[in-house]
Design a protein around this ligand. Structure first.
Ligand code: FEO
Length: 402
């Protein structure tokens, strides 16, 4: 079983989940990894565990570096089950071991694993700025509450300048390579953006605070090692992903538009095509996402990366189409900011779908353009109006009037 060296005595010993396709509700077509890091210092330390069912893979990798019983310390940066699921088995195999985690992590672990031995675990609470000396290496802890759970924490290996970033800077990407520079960077960045959009979008303020804290603490970053996907080690790649996080967390976006819609009898689809044409006439990039054909995760990514998104729906039972409803529910939770948005679509008699979407968009507190809707089937004149609607959206996007 292969293990991978990050720096002297710092190893990746995680697990690769090639089959993961649904990660707490969003689609992960490229699988994922659960990254666990082993530091074979005087105090042998394992930072982060893996998902339940992957303990044996990680234990086999650990065994290529040391006997699991030689592990002295176990750091739990985050309790979500993709990292803590295998803890009971890892602790049992490493025992006796000291566990280091935040106060909130301790409280959560007590609930998660009450019946799996938690009462016997040697839990040591740490907080921001606390350090433990392993020998040649020192671990510094940095709590990052709500990035993305209350318990979340990062671990910095001071002398090695390695940031074990847990859910930060990750991607859901299963690969036989461990470092970002070993795989297609376009795929890595695409997955990093999707990961951010679907997991971290609501926590922009916390991301900004983290980036500031890293700067204030003067943390040098030779390696940024997330708990999912590939590891960032080239200076230019670290700079690129940190810059992306800075932009994403402040909701900077390309001058582009996403049309996110669904359709029953193609009337809303015809409107979509005409609006897209109008946007293109102004030279603005536009992507079209049909919700019944596209994973929600892609729609969320578009919201994150485009300055504007319009939501199209026909009316069914006086409301929006269920697939559009799912999107509106999802995006409400992701809390996008600084976006121009609008609702459009068709109706048969009483209407209601576009009105619902328009109301939902206004609840988000975004810059809303007035809705556009037509009865039954859009006429040629209606489609001309759709084109003008698209041109107007594009002009506002170019002027960044959001
Ligand atoms: Fe990778 Fe929040 O778990």
């Amino acid at each position: 079983m292969e293990r991978y060296l990050l720096k002297e005595d710092i190893w990746w010993v995680g697990a690769i989940d090639w089959n993961m396709r649904d990660f707490h509700g969003f689609e992960t077509p490229r699988g994922t990894t659960y990254n666990s890091y082993l530091i074979t210092d005087q105090k042998v330390t394992l930072v982060d565990g893996v998902r339940s069912g992957f303990a044996s893979e990680t234990l086999r990798r650990i065994s290529t570096c040391c006997d699991p019983r030689d592990i002295d310390y176990l750091v739990v940066n985050h309790v979500e089950m993709d990292h803590s699921g295998a803890l009971p088995e890892l602790i049992r195999r490493a025992s006796p071991v000291k566990v280091f985690c935040s106060k909130r992590a301790k409280d959560a672990l007590a609930i998660f694993y009450a019946e799996e031995g938690f009462g016997d675990w040697d839990i040591n609470v740490v907080g921001t700025g606390d350090e433990i000396v392993l020998g040649r290496y020192t671990l510094t802890f940095l709590e990052v509450p709500m990035l993305h759970w209350p318990d979340s924490m990062l671990t910095y290996v001071k002398e090695a300048k390695v940031l074990l970033a847990n859910d930060g800077f990750g991607q859901h990407l299963a690969t036989s390579k461990r470092f970002a520079d070993e795989v297609d960077m376009a795929i890595v960045m695409d997955e990093a953006a999707k990961y951010y959009g679907n997991i971290l979008m609501p926590f922009g303020n916390q991301v900004q605070k983290l980036l500031k804290t890293v700067g204030d603490m003067g943390l040098e970053l030779d390696i940024v090692a997330p708990s999912h996907g590939v590891i960032w080690r080239r200076p230019e790649d670290i700079e690129a992903i940190v810059r992306c996080y800075s932009e994403w967390s402040s909701f900077e976006a390309r001058p582009s538009v996403a049309l996110i819609f669904d359709t029953m009898w193609h009337s809303t689809e015809k409107m979509t095509r005409a609006i897209e044409d109008g946007i293109a006439q102004e030279g603005v990039e536009c992507s079209v996402i049909k919700l019944s054909k596209t994973p929600l995760a892609e729609a969320a990514r578009a919201v994150q990366t485009c300055r504007a998104f319009l939501v199209g729906t026909p009316t069914v039972n006086n409301g929006m189409l269920p697939s559009v409803g799912a999107f509106m529910t999802y995006i409400k939770g992701l809390r996008p900011k600084q976006r121009l948005v609008g609702a459009y679509g068709s109706f048969g008699w009483g209407g209601g779908g576009v009105k619902q979407v328009d109301a939902g968009l206004r609840e988000l507190g975004l810059d809303v353009i007035d809705p556009l809707e037509f009865k039954y089937v859009p006429s040629s004149e209606d489609l001309v109006a759709c084109e003008e609607y698209g041109r107007e959206v594009a002009r506002r996007v170019k002027a960044w009037e959001v």
